[in-house]
Design a binder for this molecule. Structure first.
Ligand SMILES: NC(=O)c1ccc[n+]([C@@H]2O[C@H](COP(=O)([O-])OP(=O)(O)OC[C@H]3O[C@@H](n4cnc5c(N)ncnc54)[C@H](O)[C@@H]3O)[C@@H](O)[C@H]2O)c1
Length: 326
């Protein structure tokens, strides 16, 4: 019997390839550049499955171009690249990779938090320039982290991982979410629920962990910067469009906040030009989950999700399993 066909938009890692090669006739996109849209639409046309990255959009147009498609498996926990309702309408299962990247991403939010507060990137550039004159009392003074107030917006898997790490820094933790966490979780993480305005007003560090949804687009914009402390820092490892980059650049310019550390951008791979020149901004290239271990786990999870359907199983991380009656 012939195997189902899958298009995979990156060669992934050997452990994930082993799963795909066993279950599918596989076509990998192996070129260094991301797969061009036209090429994606052409290659997916006769496929039963698509394993893609967050850089590929699985929308109406793609689904219409792939009449045999039964599953779209993104190698990411965020799935704003997939039109899930459109998938459901066309009886296509959409899957993502929750859980395996929580700790790694929380680590990186903390990496950014520490680096912006203590001006590590500025210091590194100074050392490399050869211009450092030696120790002095008032050089590169940053803001303390320990004992400060951490505001977490989006208290899900990753947001809670960030809270767990804050315990060792004796921080006060405020969180905001659509839904209040269980009392046990609040107690365990020493986290207090606050509405968004209060969180913005009282936090020394505001860190974002919401998914990108219509309601979270530009969640942090001009009015949020008006509320934040002038000494506060913004950390974004969620999705770029959650922050209004033009408003952020303006807020920094007007010293409404002290700094920002970003892993994600409104129009990736572009960055707002006004942010690039600033020393009070750290720019990371969307690497919060980028460790060998975690990216391998994500790829294996996506491959497993895609393969499950063709083994007659419910894909473990299906986003629309109930809607499809799986
Ligand atoms: N930078 C990266 O490489 C990277 C890595 C992993 C995840 N992410 C992003 O982080 C996001 C969060 O991941 P997660 O696994 O913690 O997801 P999650 O679903 O466990 O948590 C998200 C939380 O946000 C809350 N939320 C949703 N809308 C909200 C709103 N309007 N206001 C306040 N809270 C709201 C949800 O209730 C939920 O508790 C992902 O959707 C993804 O986009 C980025």
């Amino acid at each position: 019997m012939s195997k189902p066909k899958v298009l995979v938009t990156r060669p992934l890692f050997p452990a994930a390839r082993a799963i795909l090669d066993k279950h599918f006739e596989v076509e990998y996109w192996t070129q260094a550049d991301r797969i061009p849209r036209g090429e994606l639409l052409r290659r997916v046309a006769d496929k039963d499955a698509l394993v893609c990255l967050l850089t590929e959009k699985a929308d109406e147009e793609l689904l219409a171009a792939a009449p045999k498609l039964r599953v779209v498996a993104t190698v990411s926990v965020g799935y704003d690249n997939i039109d899930v309702p459109a998938c459901t309408r066309r009886k296509v299962v959409a899957t993502h990779t929750p859980g395996v990247l929580d700790e790694t991403t929380a680590d990186f939010a903390w990496t950014l938090l520490m680096a912006i507060a203590r001006r590590l990137v500025e210091g590194d550039a100074w050392m490399r320039s050869g211009a450092w004159p030696g120790w002095d009392l008032d050089q590169l003074l940053g803001g303390d982290v320990w004992g400060k107030t951490l505001g977490i917006i989006g208290f899900g898997r990753i947001g809670r991982g960030v809270a767990r790490r804050a315990q060792g820094f004796q921080m006060r933790i405020l969180y905001n979410d659509q839904a209040r966490a269980a009392l046990e979780a609040e107690k365990e993480l020493h986290a207090e629920f606050a509405d968004r305005d209060r969180l913005l007003r009282e936090s020394d560090f505001v860190t974002l962990h919401v998914p990108l949804l219509p309601e979270t687009r530009h969640l942090i914009s001009k009015d949020a910067f008006e509320k934040m402390k002038r000494t506060a820092y913004l950390i974004n490892t969620s999705r770029g469009p959650v922050v209004d980059e033009a408003a952020l650049a303006e807020a920094l310019d007007q010293k409404k906040i002290a700094g920002a550390a970003l892993d994600v951008y409104e129009h990736e791979p572009k960055v707002h030009p006004a942010l690039v020149a600033r020393k009070d901004v750290i720019l990371a290239p969307h690497i919060a989950s980028a460790t060998v271990e975690t990216r391998t786990k994500m790829a294996v999870m996506a491959a497993t999700n895609a393969a499950a359907l063709f083994e007659g199983r419910r894909p473990p991380n299906a986003l629309n399993a109930d809607a499809l009656g799986l």
